[in-house]
Design a binder for this molecule. Structure first.
Ligand SMILES: C[S@@+](CC[C@H](N)C(=O)[O-])C[C@H]1O[C@@H](n2cnc3c(N)ncnc32)[C@H](O)[C@@H]1O
Length: 248
């Protein structure tokens, strides 16, 4: 699909998702505790730890969506810029930041054309966003805006498990709505990203734990996964999600 049509589809899809969320959120408090975000998926807390001490650092939340990561980062003392293509999601994220009393810079822009000077950020965070982007364009831009000594951490659905690929296509489960052009990241995509981010490391999450996506969370599965993946790191290739880290 041509780039501009893809961006228009992405924006319309996420704006519509945000519109439906706004109806659900209308009479609910937007105040939340850091743990609510850090523990909502098993990879978030360990991935966040990879950013290190963010106090006083300039951090970009790429594809910030609902803004919860940006707010947790701001509460930890980071100077946060949160960027998204969807003005609908930015509206929700801004309201959530107000409710939680933090100050964040909001930017409506395309992650493939970042409106920032070179070496602007000490750190970049992105959860479930790279697989929506052109990885070559996004990789170049992310490297450009990351300053020497900086770190970038991304959490992405991983697409190298054929059984999981079938389940993603065939099984109905909650929260499955996707844009037509998003694809889980795979070895090919990783190779493209490594053109610009050459030391990108990969850590797999949810091997057996992915069953929780259908049956509901089973915390003990995360412990079993941790043990299995330490014993046999090659099993990462069949995980549901990966955490990617680049240190420059
Ligand atoms: C699956 S959501 C993830 C949101 C958030 N990071 C989270 O953890 O829930 C993907 C987000 O990427 C945004 N997005 C998609 N394409 C984008 C682009 N080209 N530039 C910036 N943001 C984009 C969407 O609007 C959406 O908010």
């Amino acid at each position: 699909m041509p780039r501009l049509s893809r961006l228009r589809h992405e924006q319309a899809f996420h704006d519509e998702q945000a519109r439906r969320r706004a109806l659900d959120l209308a009479d609910r408090s937007l105040v939340f505790a850091d743990d609510d975000y850090l523990d909502h998926e098993t990879w978030i807390r360990p991935a966040f730890a990879r950013l290190g001490d963010v106090r006083g650092r300039r951090i970009l939340d790429l594809g910030c969506g609902h803004g919860m990561a940006a707010i947790v980062l701001a509460r930890r003392g980071a100077r946060v810029t949160a960027l998204d293509l969807s003005t609908g999601y930015l509206h929700e994220a801004r309201a959530r930041a107000r409710a939680n009393g933090v100050d964040i810079g909001w930017v409506a822009a395309d992650g493939e054309r970042l409106p920032f000077a070179d070496a602007t950020f000490d750190g970049i965070w992105g959860n479930a966003v790279l697989h929506h982007l052109d990885l070559d364009l996004a990789g170049r831009e992310l490297r450009r805006v990351l300053r020497p000594g900086g770190v970038a951490v991304f959490c992405e659905p991983w697409g190298e498990n054929p059984l999981l690929g079938w389940a993603r296509r065939a099984l109905p489960y909650a929260g499955k709505q996707r844009t037509p052009d998003e694809m889980p990241l795979d070895q090919g995509g990783l190779a493209v990203l490594r053109h610009s981010l050459p030391t990108l490391t990969l850590e797999g999450h949810q091997l057996l734990g992915m069953i929780g996506r259908v049956l509901g969370p089973r915390p003990w599965l995360a412990r079993v996964d941790g043990w299995l993946l330490r014993q046999a790191p090659w099993l990462q290739r069949w995980c549901r999600y990966v955490v990617l880290t680049e240190r420059v």
